[in-house]
Design a protein around this ligand. Structure first.
Ligand code: PMM
Length: 406
């Protein structure tokens, strides 16, 4: 799949990593001003068009021909890259032009997300999805909210803590989890969703099954959170489309049964991006517009700690898919490992650290967490640091015009 993504450059070493991805010696990687775009999955005809007329005012490094065919780094000032995208369009390279155009827009907020009657303007602040697991076996809170009343009370308390949306799930997706019968999943989630939604909360349902999604949407849910990204149940996307609902499409390598056995990637960001692009295509084919789609890299779902960290560091690169991003790090195993093998119940501060680090870099529009009050405070600070504008009086005013203009 042809993909173009902006290389996140926090440090000089990021460029050498990009060069290594292309099989080039690190010393050859040099940004030619402005942005650096990593192109992969080019067919031979696209690559030879690229070589025949390198973009004016930009630098082009093609990937090593035998081991990394179809890859390139293109860098340059934004106007030169935009002109190059326009030239690709007129030359009949529509797919390359579209992918370049989306990558050039990646630092702009995606279009607002429509959730039932609500409309979230993305980019303003990081929103919080509170987790309500109505399960006996979820990895961090299994069994605590299995009874309907306990689940509803928990949802209400997360809403009072400031959750923007509540994610109600009736089937654990922890590694090795067995599937529950549909009737049982319905029995667990539908009454809880009905009560929370009728009390005024925005509610999402964490399910991969169309039967459960349909009943949850009828009971008042506005978003379907599918950890399979529409891959496991072909009837799910049409149910979401028909209800004009929103969806969160997550990437997973394998299934919960097998996913943590030995996850492997050549380039984790690229493969997750390709998977999410495929899920987005399934959504669009079913008639779900991008303004109703969130994408999620699936932290811990068929990924090692190293894969998770690379995805969190480079989450912004996934913005070239043009949708809002949801990220779920809450209490996950890699956080425990980073903090000296802490169990799930002692990963609150590690969770807070992860969402703050992510938010300060603009890496997520929504975070999915168990501990809403603590995360809201951390996000208030991280978002404020990210958006800080005033650096003293000289920054607060525009220069006065002539004749005493204000
Ligand atoms: N993680 C879990 C469950 N559902 N959904 C999305 N979109 N993203 C996630 O990271 C995610 C998810 C596992 O956590 P839990 O068992 O505590 O709910």
């Amino acid at each position: 799949m042809l993909l173009v993504r902006p290389v996140a450059r926090l440090e000089r070493s990021d460029l050498s990593h990009a060069a290594a991805r292309l099989g080039l010696p690190g010393a050859r990687a040099e940004a030619h001003g402005g942005m650096v775009l990593l192109v992969s999955g080019m067919e031979a005809s696209v690559a030879s068009w690229l070589c025949s007329g390198p973009p004016a005012g930009c630098r082009l490094d093609l990937g090593e021909a035998t081991s990394r065919p179809g890859t390139a780094l293109v860098s340059g000032p934004l106007p030169a890259l935009a002109a190059f995208a326009a030239r690709a369009e007129t030359a009949g390279q529509g797919a390359l032009a579209a992918a370049l155009g989306r990558a050039l827009e990646a630092d702009r907020p995606p279009s607002p997300l429509h959730l039932g009657r609500a409309r979230w303007v993305l980019g303003e602040r990081t929103r919080v999805m509170g987790v309500v697991n109505v399960t006996p076996d979820s990895f961090s809170d299994g069994g605590r909210f299995l009874q309907e009343d306990a689940a509803v009370a928990h949802g209400e308390s997360l809403a009072a803590d400031g959750a923007d949306i509540l994610d109600v799930g009736g089937e654990s997706t922890r590694p090795g989890a067995a599937r529950v019968p549909v009737e049982e999943e319905l029995r667990r989630v539908v009454p809880v969703i009905r009560r929370l939604a009728s009390a005024g909360a925005l509610v999402s349902v964490d399910t991969s099954r169309h039967e459960v999604a349909r009943a949850a949407l009828e009971a008042g849910a506005v978003l379907v959170n599918d950890v399979s990204g529409f891959r496991w149940d072909p009837l799910l996307a049409p149910v979401v489309a028909e209800a004009n609902a929103a969806c969160c499409l997550m990437h997973v390598q394998g299934t919960p049964d097998t996913m943590q056995r030995s996850p492997r990637y050549g380039d984790v960001v690229e493969e997750v991006m390709a998977g999410l692009a495929g899920s987005l295509a399934l959504a669009e084919a079913a008639g779900i517009p991008r303004g109703r789609v969130l994408l999620d890299p699936g932290i811990g779902f068929g990924k090692t700690a190293g894969h998770n960290l690379a995805l969190l560091r480079r989450a912004g690169e996934l913005r070239s898919l043009g949708c809002g991003l949801l990220v779920g790090t809450s209490r996950k195993a890699f956080l425990g490992t980073l903090c000296g093998d802490k169990p799930a119940g002692e990963r609150l501060w590690a969770t807070v650290g992860s969402v703050a680090a992510l938010a300060a870099r603009g890496g997520a529009d929504v975070v999915r967490v168990h501990d809403v009050a603590e995360v809201r405070d951390a996000l208030a600070v991280a978002d404020a640091i990210r958006d800080a504008g005033c650096g003293g009086d000289l920054y607060a005013r525009t220069v006065a015009g002539p004749a005493g203009a204000p």
